[in-house]
Design a protein around this ligand. Sequence first.
Ligand SMILES: [Zn+2]
Length: 227
Amino acid sequence: MVQHRWYHREIMKNSIAVLLGLVLLMAFPVSAATPFDGKLIALDAGHGNGETGAIGDCNGVTVVEAELNLAVRAELEKLLPEGTYYEVAQLGSRQDRVANAEAAGSSVLISIHHNGSTNTSADYTQSFVTQKNDKIFASYIHPSLVQALGLPDKGIKNDGYGMTVYGALPGVLTESYFVTDTDGACDFIDYQNGVTNTRVHKEAQAMYDGLYAYFSANVGGGGKGRR
Ligand SMILES: [Zn+2]
């Protein structure tokens, strides 16, 4: 009889433990690990702060590079896990923007730009880097953009300008396509009108894919504040 009561009590205790476990699982779902865990991606939308960047035209409708840069960033943020990106303040100087990204403890930096030309049919994909760790980072981001957009590939330029000159964190400045190209400008109008699978969507997805591959390869870009 004593034995039986003990047995009964054990079953009760086990049942309560299982039930408690289920309740905890429901309250705090265990999310799968991703390559973005512990990373902070600084996203700089080029220009802003009173600066338009390049100006495009779609059948008389003006398209502003700064707005396109913001749209690509917004789409990329929808894809990235919460808490893994940092919006760089749209400060006046590029040096200040990099300092802002570094102060936030960013692992890497993408400065999102779109190219401009007086030739309304000029269109290609190009990226800019300065330091060795930029080149490694760009070797994941740039090819992903080229593949997604299907435009002529003008490669990764060691140009020494823009957002990759200052600071030490791996960074790339992307000029994914030309906002002054008529197709590029009209694509942004389509995007604003709710069309899906536009260049804006493809570019954001390509950046996400490149970031995923970069962090998966574990070739740099350490945790927050460590790089
Ligand atoms: Zn620009």
